[in-house]
Design a protein around this ligand. Sequence first.
Ligand SMILES: [Zn+2]
Length: 218
Amino acid sequence: MNLIIFGPPGAGKGTQSKFIVEKYKLFQLSTGEFLRKEIKNKSPLGLKISSVVNEGKLVSDEIVSKLIESIISQKSYKNRIIFDGYPRNLTQAKNLDILLKKYDQKIDLVLKLSVNLETIKKRISGRSICSICGKIYNDYYNPAPKKSNCCSSKFLQKRGDDTLEVAARRFETYERATEPILNFYKNSNLLKLINGERPIDQIYNEISDIIAFIEGWL
Ligand SMILES: [Zn+2]
């Protein structure tokens, strides 16, 4: 099966993707990562991308599409891809359908991890890191132990308010930009909304059940 996972920054998309990849032996196609790899390898496509990036321009849909095709055309990845960070717009979504069809494949499932902005703010504002041992805590979800030599409040560091503003802006931008794409997949009956407010293992179990159901169906 091929699937796409959507979720605003801070929704836990990375964690869930990692679980799915491991359990179902899928291949995670993160476009950002692949673009960087092509640049590093100085492939013909990589050189083209470098020149665009060096000019301060955005990598075009056409280039991204070439990159995607170079992966979905490989037999070893056939029907085993989890798309992360792609498609980013409706044009890319429609193009992805065409590309997959060319290689006798399709999208079987689209997941959207839904989290509201308040939760994301709590996750960020409650977060602290121990400057001694590097452990990460959260005032709301995973408070630091009251009695500890190392992780006491004087050693806990928090990020500034600016991080919160940036996070709120990124959240809103993400939600606005993905709305038309999600509608597109909703109309194709591929979209499953996952409540991302719950504990990580509960979310994972729900996703696993959905995938198991679809795998059985395929
Ligand atoms: Zn510590």
